[in-house]
Every structure is written in C-alpha cells, then in structure tokens.
Design a protein around this ligand. Structure first.
Ligand code: 1HE
Length: 264
C-alpha cells in the first residue's frame, strides 16, 4: 500500500512511497504535464530532499501523456539573460536526478516530447508503454533544447537521430524508441506502473554501494579515456567487493541461500 511522502511539493507533483520506493507523478494532466518553472523547482527540491530510507524512485505522468515538455506559455516572458538562467534551472534539477541520491525508473506513455524527453533522458531506466511517442518540437517552435538534451540524448540515440528530430520534426514511436535503445522495456498500455514498480523495487534491494557505483561511477568511466577508466573501475570494484553488504551476498550464494541467475 502506498503512503504519502512528506516532502513539500507544488500541486503539479504528487509523491507517495511504497516501501523503499518513492513514486513521483507529474500531476498537471489538464496541461499535458507541461513543465513550468514551479514544477522544475519542485523536481529539484524533491530529489534533493529524498529521505535516507528511499532507495529508488519511480517517475510517471498523470493523464494521457508523460509530458508535453516546456510550458510554452511562460516562454515569451524571457529575455536572453533570463533564458540562460532558465536553462540553468533545468540543468540543476535534472542533474539532481541523473547524479542524485538513488536510481530513477521513468515510465513513459503518450507524448514524451521536448523537455519531457529531456526529463526522461535523465532517468536511469526507462520503461515505455506502447502508446509512447517521442519528438523534439523545439525546432518547429523556433527554440532549442535547454534541459540537457544536447548532452544526454546524443548519448542515448546518437547525434544524427537527434538532428533529424529537431530539423524535420520527426516523431519516433514506442517501438522505434525501443529498437534504438531509448527505452529498455516496452509494455502494453496500462502496464507501465506495475513494471516500473517491480524494477524500482529490485533496484531498491541492491546494496547502496552498488547503486552508487552504477549511477555515479559507470557513466563517468564511460566518458574517460580507457586508461583512466580501467584505473577508476579497479578502484570502484575493490571498494564494492570490500563492502560488508557484498560479502554477505556472496556468502549467501556460496551457502545456497541466494537465487540463481535465470532466463527472464
Ligand atoms: C500546453 C503544452 C505546453 C499542451 N505548454 N501548454 N512542447 C510542445 O511543443 C508540445 C505542445 N503540445 C502538444 O503538441 C499537444 O498538447 C500534445 C500532443 C502534447 C497533447 O495533445 P492533446 O490534444 O492531448 O492536448 P491539447 O488540447 O493540445 O492541450 C491541452 C491543454 O494543454 C491546452 O491548454 P488549454 O488551456 O487550451 O486547455 C494546451 O495549450 C496545453 N498544453 N502542451 C503549455 N507544452 C528546457 S527547454 C525544453 C523545450 C521544449 O520542451 S519545447 C517543446 C514544447
């Protein structure tokens, strides 16, 4: 049974917890979960304020769509300096997701567009319902991504695909997004929550050091020159295996108490 999570949030975000999993919903369905400043600040505060007993987060959108991206009604108000500050706000908030305290599973459905796709790209595991579709309408609106999309999306789908999306308005379906590695799970409509929660619970069952290594060390090692990468990997691996949590799990396996690896 989900309980409320005591973090103060704007009405556009709703948080609950189910055991060690925090469930965060974008809750502006009447505006298709468009991301206004209040919501972005709320996201930053939520990920900064997660209590120590939360070990993973499940992120979803209420209504028919994950998110319509930037709230376009706020855009006309900003000059260049304010635009830079606005993009910085998004960068800080999404950094708190990607390099925050715990791994995040995002469940995507309906429109996952513009800043909504940038938000999804900051998560660690992405589940798509087959209704999901992806676009970067910034190009056709005369603007540019500002929520870290130029950094994260090329790493997920490649520069060429991102250029195509921005220049031509191309939309990718859930199947296509899955085939290109944007998502690593694809489920039927309405099944995303259960799948995402199952994955978030598994993640929460890892040792904190494993989750730290995968979130914080792995993506940085992947950006290093190979020699530095091997050195940091050796250190991370030695630290992880020396942890009492790892020793207990290895003992469990050797004494036949731990499950075997099976086909899914
Ligand atoms: C919005 C927004 C929004 C909907 N900002 N208000 N993003 C876009 O360019 C996508 C714009 N949105 C759409 O293309 C469509 O709304 C959807 C395909 C997402 C959904 O369509 P639909 O038919 O379900 O909804 P709707 O009737 O278009 O919208 C319902 C309401 O939500 C309506 O308001 P209402 O007061 O007339 O009821 C819409 O105006 C409102 N709404 N999307 C503000 N995005 C850090 S930089 C990131 C840059 C970007 O993200 S650019 C991409 C922006």
């Amino acid at each position: 049974m989900a309980e409320r999570l005591a973090i103060k949030l704007p009405s556009s975000l709703v948080a609950e917890r189910e055991g060690a999993v925090a469930i965060l919903r974008l809750n502006r369905p009447h505006k298709r979960n468009a991301l206004d400043d209040e919501t972005i600040i709320g996201l930053e505060q939520f990920f900064a304020a997660l209590p120590g007993e939360i070990a993973s987060v499940l992120l979803l959108g209420e209504g028919e769509h994950f998110s319509a991206g930037l709230d376009l009604s706020e855009l006309s108000e900003r000059n260049v300096t304010q635009g830079i500050a606005h993009s910085g706000l998004w960068h800080r908030a999404f950094e708190k997701i990607e390099f925050g305290k715990v791994p995040v599973v995002a469940v995507l459905h309906g429109a996952v567009v513009g800043g909504g796709l940038e938000l999804a790209a900051a998560a660690h595991v992405r589940v798509a319902e087959s209704s999901a579709y992806y676009a970067l309408p910034e190009g056709s609106r005369g603007i540019y991504v500002g929520g870290g999309g130029s950094v994260r999306l090329p790493r997920l789908i490649g520069v060429a695909r991102m250029m195509d999306m921005m220049l031509t308005g191309r939309t990718y379906s859930a199947d296509e997004g899955h085939a290109m590695g944007l998502t690593t799970y694809l489920v039927e409509p309405g099944k995303g929550f259960a799948k995402g929660l199952d994955l978030a619970q598994r993640i929460a069952g890892n040792t904190p050091l494993t989750n730290f290594a995968v979130m914080q060390a792995l993506p940085r090692i992947a950006e290093m020159d190979p020699a530095s990468g091997y050195a940091v990997e050796a250190l991370m691996s030695a630290i992880a295996q020396a942890d009492p949590g790892a020793k207990a799990r290895l003992k469990d396996f050797l004494e036949k108490r731990a499950p075997k690896v099976t086909r899914s």
